[in-house]
Design a protein around this ligand. Structure first.
Ligand SMILES: [Cu+2]
Length: 192
């Protein structure tokens, strides 16, 4: 009887306290089979994220930089104008709507993103300017490189929803069980 009890409590301990954190590697492809560059990949689970200390979307040479970024819910993003011309940053659709008005070189404005989802950032003066901010509520997130590859580290074992978003409108959502130290996943995006 004692042996059974000890075995049982040992098993509970193993289940409750995972003894490793996983590093997830993967690659994402668009519906046309090309690498999904600049896609946001994130794992939704029980652990929620804290707001990030600093996030910046720069305006320089009539372009936003970075073109795609990922921030956590509650993060305040700075929008400095480091260009020689006025810009008017705005977002009318998606998870956040705002209009920062015209402001000159050297000035900066801030926006806090309270809701998860993609936000398209545009400029009222320059129609060619665009950027995307993906707001997520998870510590486990990445942006794919030119080859569509990504890496997310320090993931506790468990079952997650793996979501991927690309500016073309292609997305992916799948369940993933993290049970090995170095899992690998292939993601095929499709139109909604
Ligand atoms: Cu502009």
């Amino acid at each position: 009887m004692n042996k059974i009890l000890i075995l049982f409590s040992g098993l509970c301990l193993c289940l409750a306290v995972p003894d490793f954190a996983a590093d997830l590697d993967g690659g994402a492809v668009l519906p046309n089979k090309r690498p999904a560059c600049n896609a946001v990949v994130f794992l939704e689970g029980s652990k929620k994220s804290d707001p990030m200390g600093k996030a910046v979307l720069d305006q320089r040479d009539k372009a936003f930089s970075p073109h795609v970024s990922v921030v956590t819910v509650g993060t305040t993003v700075e929008f400095p104008n480091n260009d020689t011309v006025f810009h008017n940053v705005f977002a009318y659709f998606d998870a956040k709507k705002f209009d920062l008005g015209m402001y000159p070189r050297g000035a900066s404005k801030k926006v806090t993103f309270e809701k998860s989802g993609p936000v398209t950032i545009l400029c009222n003066v320059h129609s060619e300017m665009s950027a995307y901010i993906m707001v997520v509520d998870t510590p486990y997130r990445a942006i794919t490189d030119k080859l569509g590859k990504f890496h997310i580290s320090n993931i506790p074992p468990g079952t997650y929803t793996l979501k991927t978003w690309h500016e073309s409108g292609a997305v992916s959502k799948q369940s993933i069980e993290i049970k090995d130290k170095n899992p690998n996943v292939s993601i095929a995006l499709s139109r909604k």
